[in-house]
Design a protein around this ligand. Sequence first.
Ligand SMILES: [Zn+2]
Length: 320
Amino acid sequence: MKRCGIVVHDTECGDLWARRLEGSGLDLLGIHPAGGPDAHLSLVSCMETVRTPAFRAFRRRANAAGLAVEFEMHALSWLLPRDLFGDRPEWFREENGARTPRFNCCASDPDALRFVAGRAAELAALFPSDTHRYHFWPDDVAEAKCSCPRCRALSASDQALVLANAVAEGVRRTDPEGRAAYLAYGAALEPPRRVRPAPGVFLEFAPMDRDHDRPLFDPASACNAGQVRHLPELLSLFGTEDATALDYWTDNSFFSRWTRPPARFARDAAVCRADAAAYARAGFEAVTCFACFLGEDYEERWGAPPLDGFLAALRAARRP
Ligand SMILES: [Zn+2]
């Protein structure tokens, strides 16, 4: 395993996280505008944030501490703005026989895909990545696929990969070394079977529906066995170059059900230790986890969260 890191909200980047990261031994930091149905709005707000002197100073501190910074966001409703629906309904999804601007887009309309690629090029310029990796994901829904006649034979995964391929083409216009993530979570955990990854598309595996109290690769957990069932096929299809696990061990936004105030974070690092080592054995090049809802408002309410065991587990998995 080459890299290990965490993913935090842009709104929580500041002195507190800078201090935690300095000396953490991590080498990867993902910045994540909040997901959910309004993810395209938090993306726009993050655009403002990254231009501020405070964020630039934060990023410099992270870089000086040895962390490469990249951005991870649900982006499709920004890549294809919903207000285009009136003029271009055929760019959007068909659902129950009618076009709808809700979530994602048609995966078979060449003009829609060209538009998405162009916007991905813009987005890559707005969110430059230290690693040349760009995580511009589909909208934040478990499954929202187009069922128009041309898309009907494509699974949700196939359609997600069509979009990732378009994003990869777009980011390379801005960053010739740019690579784009295929986010395997929800319905997209099932491998794409009718679409092949274009050059520069890598696997990002995020088993959100897992049992968080049991090791992911514990065969006695039916839930977790379901989450990893297709993992060998996914790794074989996408290869291990840049393959990234994005897990939830320290995702206090998840454990707070995405509602503030943050819940108290008091989880055991044992599951993280087992999983991070297993990810490394499976061939992942990067192991990361969300660490949201652990910012200043968390410390004011609960004091310092117990992160040391988790950071140690990530570092240990990186060692060969
Ligand atoms: Zn379609």
